[in-house]
Design a protein around this ligand. Structure first.
Ligand SMILES: [Fe+2]
Ligand SMILES: [Fe+2]
Length: 119
């Protein structure tokens, strides 16, 4: 899971860089699509692990994943309408939100999985 977190943060950083460098709309859409796909896969993997091991905080964690995904989809929606100007602060917000989630919320299930010899 830590490897996946690394890939997620790299993907957000790549997107932010692409915006700063003024990359084309097509490239930014492509990067955002990849980020969304990877985020969905990662959230799903985490939820599966928590479900399989009966982790008590699953519902709360899943709700947080839904909220975060909604934020990313909002970014994608804005991009679709060419609002790249508003995309930058939204990506900063996403970056900070992901970091906080990884460093706090995701840490809650780590010891639980390790106790069961999974991670
Ligand atoms: Fe995570
Ligand atoms: Fe998570």
């Amino acid at each position: 899971m830590d490897d996946q977190h690394g890939v997620l943060m790299d993907a957000i950083n790549e997107l932010r860089l692409a915006l700063v460098r003024g990359s084309g709309h097509e490239r930014i859409c492509e990067l955002l699509d990849q980020f969304i796909e990877f985020t969905r896969m990662h959230f799903w993997s985490e939820e599966q692990l928590m479900e399989q091991t009966g982790f008590a905080g699953l519902d709360e964690h899943r709700a947080e994943h839904h909220r975060m995904l909604a934020e990313i989809l909002q970014a994608a929606h804005r991009l679709q309408y060419g609002e790249t100007l508003h995309l930058r602060p939204l990506l900063c917000q996403l970056h900070d939100g992901f970091l906080e989630h990884i460093e706090q919320v995701d840490q809650e299930y780590g010891p639980w999985l390790r106790e069961r010899g999974i991670c």
